[in-house]
Design a protein around this ligand. Structure first.
Ligand SMILES: C[S@@+](CC[C@H](N)C(=O)[O-])C[C@H]1O[C@@H](n2cnc3c(N)ncnc32)[C@H](O)[C@@H]1O
Length: 244
């Protein structure tokens, strides 16, 4: 049997576009009318295929979450996994979204009722624009897991723990809000310890072996974390706090 070609991310996104927030230049994302419950906001940067946010948003359901990812083909998988986990349907083998009532969405937007959308929204955008997406002191916690290490000369400024990004996190976080960062990459971790220490954030707990540490309990493993860990690579982790 010949399968139809996997559909493009833009077409797959349209069915679940109610779970996305558009970032429009010069306009903050209005968190008040995005979620049905008014709860503190958390943000994951570079959510990849979304395993972490899917689990965290259930375990810590007293928050509303934004999951940011710059690659459309990747964030569409995250949204589909989340939607399936919340009983909103599934992707058919032909690449079309099938709602819980069996309706197949072909190039059609499903206006999911607000009460069914749950506490996660996805943003297909680059973290470069974060300071324009969220208002100052509006975010309770920021997570960045296994972000790209940018190891070549002259690329350090692109790391999500570069001074300019830490400055943005400081601005967006509420007082006592945290930035939490995990990586397999020792060079990136060493760099991040130094940039955090030099930033306005205060370095809190950190470890070079998260899974052997006191923070392992309740730790949600990301897709990359599981892969690195299976190869025996230790996971580095740090927390930094915006002191009030
Ligand atoms: C190595 S993957 C890790 C994915 C996931 N966090 C995990 O741990 O399994 C890094 C992800 O971050 C995304 N990313 C990297 N830089 C980004 C940026 N500046 N803005 C948004 N997403 C970014 C990449 O597209 C990629 O999907």
């Amino acid at each position: 049997m010949r399968m139809r070609k996997k559909r493009r991310s833009a077409e797959r996104l349209s069915a679940l576009s109610s779970l996305f927030c558009q970032y429009i230049t010069d306009s903050y994302i209005k968190c008040d009318n995005v979620f049905d419950k008014n709860q503190p906001i958390r943000l994951e940067i570079g959510c990849g295929k979304g395993d972490f946010i899917k689990e965290l948003s259930v375990n810590d359901a007293g928050y509303n979450y934004f999951a940011l990812e710059k690659v459309a083909d990747v964030i569409v998988v995250a949204a589909e996994k989340y939607a399936s986990s919340r009983g909103l349907g599934k992707l058919s083998p032909h690449g079309l979204w099938t709602g819980p009532d069996g309706h197949i969405y072909e190039d059609e937007i499903w206006d999911i009722p607000l009460g069914m959308r749950g506490n996660v929204r996805f943003i297909n955008a680059d973290a470069e624009n974060l300071d324009k997406m969220f208002e100052e002191s509006s975010v309770s916690d920021i997570f960045a897991n296994f972000s790209d290490p940018w190891t070549k000369n002259g690329q350090a400024d692109r790391r999500l723990t570069a001074p300019r990004f830490l400055e943005t996190y400081y601005k967006l976080l509420k007082p006592c809000g945290t930035f939490r960062f995990k990586t397999d990459n020792v060079q990136l971790f060493d760099y991040s310890l130094e940039t955090v220490k030099a930033s306005k954030l205060e370095l809190g707990f950190y470890t070079r072996d998260l899974h052997a540490s006191e923070k392992n309990e309740g730790n949600i493993q990301t897709e990359y974390e599981r892969n690195f860990s299976a190869k025996g690579i230790k996971i580095n982790y740090l927390e930094a706090v915006k002191k009030g």
